[in-house]
Design a protein around this ligand. Structure first.
Ligand SMILES: [Zn+2]
Ligand SMILES: [Zn+2]
Length: 393
């Protein structure tokens, strides 16, 4: 394919961008160096560049032959607060900040596609290259939308891509419907009355109450939720007490809920509120529950997913596309964009090794072998959805 042949010629350039971004990671909404680099490169390719949507977000605009159609391609730019354990020459220069989710690779691949499409101009209408900040839990996609992303850059469809360890390089996975779960966060404060550890009858013990709440919360998925509907309730934090012989006056719990459907999400939320309040009552404690909806579920639209699958299949062949990979209970803030515009989110292989590092691991690294596949997918997607009509006629 023309895209693969040409993009392979400048693969080393993409690798340099990727490793430079990897060595200089920046946390959500702090991607100033990264966005400077992106803006500089897009300008050098001849794109119109818009900055500061969602603080550090960048949008590159490229117009092809005549046509009013418009497509949005999105990459994320942020790193994670993780201490990198890799030792290669481009490892993070900022201890405690690391590209452990491959957003360095996502950025480099979208830049590669911009370079290729700017060179060939072999498509119709407009392509918006969306570089979003703060995907890792801070809602950068939502911040860009609030700053008018789709009003200033109206797209017919918007597309996302994430590398996926466990899938071989040169493979893709995509399906209509849910790809990633909705993510909620809850905090429960259990208040009792402190007392001497040897005289529990003189106080009200929040530790035993908190333990009971944690156990009872597990009955939401096992006893309240429809077994055919996916949901996760995980208590991931317990803080309480400072001494072995003192019953503390308060215990703080926190955790996360994952689901695909709003009805399931509501059911779990009301279950947590009900159990926390009533179990605390039984123990003479008081509770305060804060429940926050963080990200909605990432749900692929049918028609756009067929187009994404077509573009990927043309690239790698039908034997390298997975249509039935189960969705993941992790979450992704591209969901905000899919709630605004039709589109599709695809996974791209990062390695075939089942024992390899998964995302967010301190030894993870984006696989540079994937760069050509990802950039070529973007280019072919644009050319599939918005073919060059002046050339066809
Ligand atoms: Zn991540
Ligand atoms: Zn990620």
């Amino acid at each position: 394919m023309a895209q693969i042949a040409r993009i392979t010629e400048f693969r080393q350039e993409m690798e340099n961008w990727r490793q430079d971004i990897h060595a200089n990671p920046e946390l959500g909404f702090e991607e100033t160096r990264t966005s400077d680099l992106i803006a500089q490169l897009l300008t050098s390719f001849g794109l119109e560049v818009h900055r500061h949507l969602g603080k550090t977000g960048v949008v590159g605009v490229l117009r092809g032959s005549s046509g009013n159609n418009a497509i949005g391609l999105r990459a994320d730019m942020d790193a994670l607060p993780i201490l990198e354990e890799n030792t290669f020459k481009y490892k993070s220069r900022d201890d405690g900040v690391m590209h452990a989710c491959g957003h360095d690779g996502h950025t480099a691949m979208l830049l590669g596609a911009a370079k290729y499409l700017a060179e060939t101009k072999d498509f119709s209408g407009t392509v918006y290259f969306i570089f979003q900040p703060a995907e890792e839990g801070l809602g950068g996609a939502s911040a860009m939308i609030k700053d008018g992303l789709f009003k200033k850059f109206p797209v017919d469809g918007v597309y996302g891509l994430h590398n996926w360890p466990g899938l071989k390089v040169g493979e893709f996975a995509v399906r209509p419907g849910p790809m990633m779960a909705a993510c909620d966060e809850f905090e429960i404060t259990v208040a009792g009355e402190g007392a001497h550890g040897a005289m529990p009858h003189l106080g009200i013990d929040p530790v035993v109450c908190a333990a009971d709440i944690i156990s009872s919360l597990q009955t939401i998925v096992s006893r309240v939720n429809d077994p055919l509907e996916a949901a996760v309730v995980s208590v991931t934090k317990i803080h309480g007490g400072d001494a072995f012989n003192v019953i503390p006056k308060q215990v703080d719990l926190a955790g996360t809920v994952r689901s695909f459907k709003e009805s399931v999400q509501q059911n779990v939320e009301s279950g947590i509120l009900r159990i926390a309040k009533n179990v605390a009552n039984a123990h003479r404690c008081k509770t305060n529950v804060t429940y926050t909806h963080q990200f909605p579920a990432t749900v692929n639209h049918e028609a756009e997913t067929l187009l994404a699958a077509k573009a990927a299949t043309e690239l790698v062949g039908k034997d390298h596309i997975h249509h039935n990979l189960p969705p993941c209970m992790g979450s992704e803030d591209f969901s905000y964009m899919l709630n605004e515009r039709p589109g599709s989110y695809i996974w791209m292989g990062n390695s075939g090794d089942p024992g390899g590092c998964f995302l967010h691991n301190p030894k993870y690294d984006f696989n540079d072998e994937s760069l050509v596949w990802g950039a070529s997918y973007w280019a072919n997607l644009v050319q599939t959805i918005q073919p060059n009509t002046s050339k066809l006629s």
